[in-house]
Design a protein around this ligand. Structure first.
Ligand code: NAP
Length: 301
């Protein structure tokens, strides 16, 4: 069966897609993911139905899942713990995925799998949107040097930031990440320290424009703040972006001292929006995605 997509633009018959294109998020665990709600809201607003599901995939099953995806899916989002292993399984990588060594998005076309990383653009756009500021010349401190920091720090280094430093429990992971950023951006200033080195932490936070909280401390309701209250005070020249999208101890400190603070919701929406655009070529409706983020968790497959 053939159809004409846009008679003005397309002068030849185009084969119609017999099957509706399908997408999903995978992870271990994945049941908490907000991606189905926000992606289906974007697809629906674009008149493309609700084609986005969710699947629990453990690390050993990832190669088999790639073969399934190659034949049956048009796009995938990957969350913890698959972002690094996916780098090895994709047929091709975008430059940004290759640089940070992380894949959170698959684009599948004619059985070929392209791996991309949209976390960096997600954080960049969230910082600009939440604080209404450009990043050029800014000093950023990451608290954490795990997968989320890795997937985003090199991208921010490419946004013209003057300094990107890392506070992390394991110092050598922070140093590896700082080295990776400087490999691509040799002029970048980058210092590394541990939360226990109070003098260095205080100095970094006093001169920073943004603190990006990218540890998993705060995911559990009774977790302490990712950085102690003594490092913060009213009147700091600091904005705090906490990648966790529910209330945390750090967000509470920010409130107490009137320090501008945003949670990770906008970052999740923006990385998802970049995935959506890669799959469809359409800029999604961000308001629809924000509303979808709040939806009940549905759409398992
Ligand atoms: P990960 O790779 O497991 O890294 C965890 C990080 O947290 C490491 O830096 C680790 O330090 C640190 N950490 C863990 N437990 C700690 C403790 N008890 N004390 C001090 N530091 C501790 O995890 P990830 O994938 O990077 O995720 C990190 C955070 O980012 C999570 O909270 C996740 O929800 C968030 N995230 C948000 C988005 C979004 O779109 N909003 C996207 C991705 C991730 P060591 O290096 O010393 O182990």
């Amino acid at each position: 069966m053939f159809m004409y997509i846009n008679p003005k633009m397309v002068k030849f018959p185009v084969k119609s897609d017999k099957k509706m294109k399908k997408y999903m998020v995978i992870g271990d665990p994945v049941g908490h993911s907000r991606s189905p709600g926000m992606q289906n809201a974007a697809f629906e607003r674009a008149g493309l139905g609700r084609p986005y599901g969710i699947r629990h995939v453990v690390p050993d099953e990832l190669p088999e899942f790639f073969e399934y995806a190659r034949k049956n899916l048009a796009g995938v989002n990957l969350t913890v713990p698959h972002k690094q292993q996916a780098v090895l399984l994709a047929d091709e990588l975008t430059c940004r995925a290759e640089r940070c060594g992380s894949v959170n998005t698959l684009l599948i076309s004619d059985g070929r799998i392209l791996g991309d990383s949209t976390d960096g653009i997600g954080l960049e756009e969230a910082l600009k949107y939440c604080f209404d500021e450009e990043l050029t010349g800014k000093r950023i401190v990451f608290c954490g040097a795990g997968g989320a920091a890795r997937a985003t720090a090199v991208h921010l280094a490419g946004c013209g930031c003057r300094e990107i430093s890392f506070i992390n429990r394991t110092l050598n992971k922070a140093q590896e990440l700082a080295d990776l950023c400087r490999k691509y951006y040799p002029d970048l200033i980058s210092c590394c320290t541990v939360p226990g080195d109070e003098k260095s932490v205080a100095e970094l936070l006093e001169r920073a424009d943004f603190l990006v909280q990218a540890t998993s401390v705060g995911l559990k309701p009774d977790d302490p703040p990712a950085l102690a209250e003594k490092f913060f005070h009213p009147g700091m020249n600091l904005r705090i972006f906490d990648t966790i999208y529910h209330p945390t101890g750090l967000q509470k400190i920010a409130g107490k001292f009137n320090i501008p603070c945003a949670n990770g919701k906008e970052m999740l929406i923006r990385q998802g929006a970049a995935s959506f655009e890669l799959w469809t070529g359409i800029k999604p409706d961000l308001e629809a995605m924000r509303a979808g983020f709040e939806e009940e968790i549905t759409g398992r497959c």
